[in-house]
Design a protein around this ligand. Structure first.
Ligand code: FEO
Length: 409
């Protein structure tokens, strides 16, 4: 039988690894799987914090059994109702009919909406406390990190914070569960990809949540996905990472994302990249949108301060996969970027107009006029592309702050 693993004295991990699912939310690739984290706190009262995807009820049950045997569970704390965490609740209330479910007003509505559960539920207010014996739980409502009902639960005496999706990452827990037991460099990019794709729209909500818990002492961060963060240096790093990501703060570096049917728009992308590199930009992430998965492009857009997008005109519009990327950036309220765009057309240009509409009113600094190629590469267009790469490099390497400017220059 798989055993539960101790997170801290009196707190055990009873989550599961998903090495089967291909797409998270049926959208985002999981090359290294994902974990659904759940925890048991043992005190005078026994508390389960979150559950797992419904596909993993059997393994979840075995893990709980390995900690509790036949002992009942008094409380289930629901920090997040998305079904990857709430999917096992129906099974749980059947197996433990007297369990009390703790959430907030929005959780209670969703418990009824998703599962028809109305009995033995109670709502807590922001910063309300619940004594479970020697320990007290304190609940911090953190709406929109990532859904409206999301909250965090803090075990005051142990200084352990259960954070829901915040600080979560893609990637299974292979053997170990704590940051100190794992090669954590493997999770860094996946944490950013998780943030950019799942939580990225809700930067202001993340900022409010960070502010709310900023005064508490934390010795362990226990998210719903990925490693538990227990090393003080790692805790500081992931908190800083979340603070920066949610403020749309980014590193010196450049994303060039482009669509290209026959290679002409791609040639422009190469010229811009060469010029940026020749002028000192080392971190350049090139993405052909027809090959790179959008989740990887979004990850890099959240990592780097420079963004240049290119597209051929296609049916009087942007190339469909570029249009999809632009829409995803709109969704995530992207801001604070040095921006440039380029395109190509055969008989009627639409790229400049569409990119112009995209940047209109956005807090971007447009570093150069759009570079637009008619049919093939002429020397004048190539020079403009080199100039865009050079100007972008100057902005990035000078350490300049983005000064919003959407006038096209
Ligand atoms: Fe991991 Fe928003 O669910």
């Amino acid at each position: 039988m798989q055993k539960a693993i101790q997170v801290s004295n009196g707190i055990c991990y009873v989550g599961v690894n998903d090495r089967v699912k291909v797409l998270f939310e049926n959208l985002w690739p999981l090359p290294r799987g994902v974990s659904y984290n759940a925890y048991i706190i043992e005190d005078e009262k026994t508390v389960l914090v979150d559950t797992v995807d419904t596909c993993y009820v059997n393994e979840f049950s075995r893990r709980i059994q390995s900690v509790l045997g036949d002992k009942p569970i008094d409380y289930l704390v629901v920090n997040h109702m998305e079904p990857d965490h709430s999917g096992a609740i129906e099974w749980l209330v059947t197996r433990y009919p007297n369990i009390q479910i703790v959430g907030n007003k929005r959780t209670i509505e969703m418990l009824n909406g998703f599962y028809g559960i109305e009995d033995n539920v109670f709502a807590v207010e922001d910063q309300e406390e619940l004594s479970i014996g020697e320990n007290r739980l304190k609940f911090f409502l953190t709406p929109m990190v990532h859904w409206p009902e999301t909250m965090m639960t803090y075990v005051q005496e142990k200084k352990v914070l259960f954070t829901g999706d915040a600080f979560g990452t893609f990637g299974t827990l292979d053997g170990g569960i704590l940051d100190t037991q794992l090669y954590i460099e493997r999770y860094r990019d996946e944490m950013i990809r998780y943030y950019a794709n799942i939580v990225g729209k809700y930067g202001s909500a993340v900022q409010k949540a960070l502010q709310k818990v900023s005064g508490i002492a934390i010795e362990a961060i226990c998210p719903t996905h990925g490693p538990m963060w227990t090393n003080p240096e790692n805790i500081a790093k992931v908190v800083t990472m979340y603070d920066r990501l949610s403020r749309y703060d980014a590193d010196e570096g450049l994303v060039i994302a482009y669509g290209s049917m026959y290679g002409n728009t791609g040639r422009l992308a190469e010229v811009i990249a060469e010029a940026a590199a020749a002028n000192g930009v080392k971190e350049i992430a090139m993405h052909n949108v027809s090959k790179s998965h959008q989740s990887d492009i979004l990850r890099d857009v959240f990592k780097y301060k420079g963004l240049i997008i290119g597209s051929p005109t296609y049916n009087g519009n942007l190339y469909p996969l570029v249009e999809s990327l632009v829409s995803a950036l709109e969704d995530r309220l992207l801001k604070n970027r040095f921006f440039g765009c380029f395109g190509s057309f055969c008989w009627s240009d639409a790229t400049a107009r569409h990119f112009g509409a995209f940047v209109q009113g956005k807090p971007f600094e447009v570093v150069a006029d759009p570079v637009v190629m008619k049919q093939g590469m002429l020397a004048q267009v190539e020079a403009q592309a080199r100039d865009m790469g050079r100007v972008m490099a100057q902005k990035l390497t000078s350490g300049a702050e983005v000064v919003p400017n959407t006038s096209g220059k």
